[in-house]
Design a protein. Structure first.
Length: 276
């Protein structure tokens, strides 16, 4: 939040292009949404921007940038139908041609993960697996540019794709993605990788749920360390009832979040029915 706020002040001072300002504003509001500083976590309305107002007066590139952030938030809060709708909008020629380097990586990661969620639900399984492989191929080629976030995005999508194809959770691949993210200080990426491992395990309906509990604990600790309060609250209210009372968000020895003091518990709310 502080970094984004300072960046916006400098951009205004130096009259940076509106498309670049839109990118920073949407990312800033996305951060605020994850922190819980908004009324609706799926809408980019808050201190940094108001999506209803800004969509009326921005360029095509800026509009696509905002669409990608809306898409990312829909994926974070597992609003699958909204994510699919936004993905289809971004896939149109208008938005596809307006994707820029800062958004195309995020789009391919979340599009791949969305398609795998759709495939797991039996919705055009074969086609969605094929399209997820295309998203992964894009990230694989982009890794050659030696951008760390590209590499982490590829690792997460690779683990999830292989788990979906084999219908068996590839924990070693997820763990590799988690540790690589933590090693370089990307706590958010580690949380996403851990979350994907957790939901993959949940779909297997294991008789021994100790593995699910382990990844639940680690996921919650990572998201708390990332200051994603809204995400933590949503996970707790939606799936916390599946786990031991008082265990949500506790720090386990495997979790390494540098320079973070993690709370030992989160607020328990009434569960809401949401598809895994």
């Amino acid at each position: 939040d502080k970094t984004m706020r300072a960046m916006m002040r400098k951009m205004k001072r130096f009259k940076v292009a509106s498309s670049v300002q839109a990118l920073v504003r949407s990312n800033w509001q996305g951060v605020l949404n994850l922190m819980g500083r908004c009324e609706d976590v799926l809408k980019l309305n808050g201190e940094a921007m108001n999506e209803d107002e800004i969509f009326r007066k921005i360029s095509p590139v800026s509009e696509t940038t905002l669409k990608v952030m809306q898409f990312e938030l829909a994926c974070h809060f597992r609003a699958l139908n909204r994510a699919r709708q936004l993905m289809e909008e971004i896939e149109t020629t208008k938005h596809r041609n307006a994707l820029i380097s800062q958004t195309i990586v995020a789009y391919n990661l979340w599009a791949g993960l969305t398609r795998l969620d759709l495939a797991r639900q039996g919705r055009r399984r074969r086609a969605n697996l094929r399209l997820a492989r295309i998203n992964k191929k894009f990230l694989e080629k982009a890794v050659e540019m030696v951008a760390l976030t590209l590499d982490l995005s590829w690792c997460i999508l690779d683990a999830d794709l292989k788990s979906a194809q084999k219908k068996r959770t590839q924990l070693q691949l997820y763990d590799t993605a988690i540790e690589a993210a933590l090693e370089h200080g990307f706590v958010g990426f580690a949380g996403v990788a851990c979350e994907r491992a957790y939901f993959s395990l949940q779909r297997q309906r294991l008789t021994d749920d100790s593995l699910s509990q382990r990844y639940w604990d680690r996921m919650m600790a990572l998201y708390i360390g990332w200051s994603a309060k809204a995400k933590v609250d949503w996970l707790t209210s939606s799936f916390g009832y599946l786990h031991e009372p008082g265990q949500q968000g506790r720090q386990v020895p495997e979790v390494v979040v540098r320079q973070k003091n993690l709370p030992s518990d989160t607020t328990q709310k009434e569960p809401t029915p949401i598809d895994l």
